[in-house]
Design a binder for this molecule. Structure first.
Ligand code: SF4
Length: 374
């Protein structure tokens, strides 16, 4: 019985039945729902796609009022889908700038759902106690390198100091309460400015007492992929290329050497890679952006959905809304006409031109995924 329960909780196994109805575009249940609570953010990462794609991005000085969803909008939405037991993620922008984050957290946990919060760490310290009180499962902190490098990339002085204070506060409380949650995952996102610092930041994560460091290769859309996508599938929303200057000049061979250095040493923390690429695949990923890597078909829209701050529910990062949660129920949108049309087209083609460097092609691929939550 215990084994069966474990299997039913396994993300990959739970996702399998969804894809069986691929040709009619229906999916049984969502595995993972990401709520972009706000696009407000005090950081200015040059590679942030939301910065260029969302007109309503704020400087972060406000209190997250760019989100037009109220607490009751979110609670109604969670109530509608909670019996399906999806994992919920908060993301942004900086989710802690959403004024009702803690109340919403409490509601989600009362519904018995697993919750991960993806944060830049700026408000972790003042919220540490609440995160433990509310039994948040996972905190994923975006990190870009040692202090000088991190602060330079996110364009905010003292940004790494905030992360350190927040992580230390959570770890101290976990020890005091003998609690193993929230799990602290440091998400090390690679750019051309920080990729050589990976071994150093593995050590930093060990020293500070984090549970896991995950190395993330940035997903990107270059001009060729975007042009092809917009030409072949305009019905799924027009795209613009991601700001790729932060990947220019990244030497994949030097990166492979740094990863090798990390892998040769024994560590006390878990080290994961997303996507998990072989040395040759790392070189292809960066040097041949039009060469396909990963799975032959994307099944993300059968398992996942993203709620944007204005209430639009999207199957992925493509600029295609399948409905708005302020106007329709989750059930109406999840297997509504727009979502099914998207899934049917995707099932027919396997993947779209814009998918070649989307991490979605790696998520349910056993070879390439060590998922942040599984
Ligand atoms: S691989 Fe394509 S369809 Fe799948 S999530 Fe990424 S952009 Fe969307």
């Amino acid at each position: 019985m215990k084994k069966l329960k474990g299997l039913l909780r396994n993300t990959r196994i739970r996702s399998l039945p969804n894809y069986m109805l691929k040709n009619v575009g229906i999916a049984l249940w969502p595995i993972d729902i990401t709520l972009y609570l706000t696009f407000a953010c005090p950081n200015f990462c040059p590679h942030c796609y939301h910065r260029i794609s969302e007109k309503d991005h704020k400087s972060g000085e406000g209190s997250g009022e760019d989100s037009s969803l109220s607490l009751s909008d979110y609670e109604r939405f969670i109530k509608e889908c909670s019996f399906l037991k999806p994992q919920i993620r908060f993301s942004g922008g900086e989710p802690f700038l959403y004024p009702h984050l803690l109340e919403l957290t409490g509601f989600i946990k009362e519904c018995g759902l697993k919750l991960a919060i993806i944060t830049n760490g700026c408000l972790l310290a003042p919220n540490a106690q609440s995160l433990l009180d509310l039994h948040v499962d996972v905190v994923i902190v975006s990190l870009y390198g040692p202090a000088l490098v991190h602060d330079r990339i996110v364009q905010r002085k003292g940004a790494l100091r905030d992360i350190e204070a927040g992580v230390r506060a959570i770890i101290a409380l976990k020890r005091k309460r003998n609690s193993c949650i929230p799990l602290i995952i440091i998400n090390y996102i690679l750019t051309n400015d920080n990729y050589l610092h990976f071994p150093e930041m593995v050590q930093w994560t060990e020293n500070i007492g984090g549970d896991t460091i995950n190395l993330t290769h940035l997903w990107f859309w270059d001009q060729q992929a975007v042009t092809q996508q917009n030409q072949d599938f305009p019905e799924f929303g027009l795209l613009q290329s991601t700001p790729n200057s932060t990947l220019c000049g990244l030497d994949p061979i030097a990166l492979v050497r740094k990863i090798d250095l990390v892998q040769r040493k024994t560590h006390t923390i878990q080290i994961s890679y997303y996507p998990l690429l072989s040395p040759n695949e790392i070189i292809t990923y960066y040097q041949q952006p039009h060469q396909h890597l990963g799975a032959q078909r994307c099944i993300i829209p059968w398992t996942t959905s993203y709620v944007f701050p204005n209430g639009d529910l999207k199957p992925c990062y493509l600029n295609y809304s399948t409905g708005n949660i302020k106007e329709q129920s989750f059930q109406q949108i999840w297997n509504g006409k727009k979502f099914r049309t998207f899934r049917i087209a995707l099932a027919k083609h396997g993947y779209f031109p814009a998918c070649k460097r989307c991490t979605g092609l790696f998520l349910f691929n056993v070879k390439h995924n060590q998922a942040l939550i599984s």
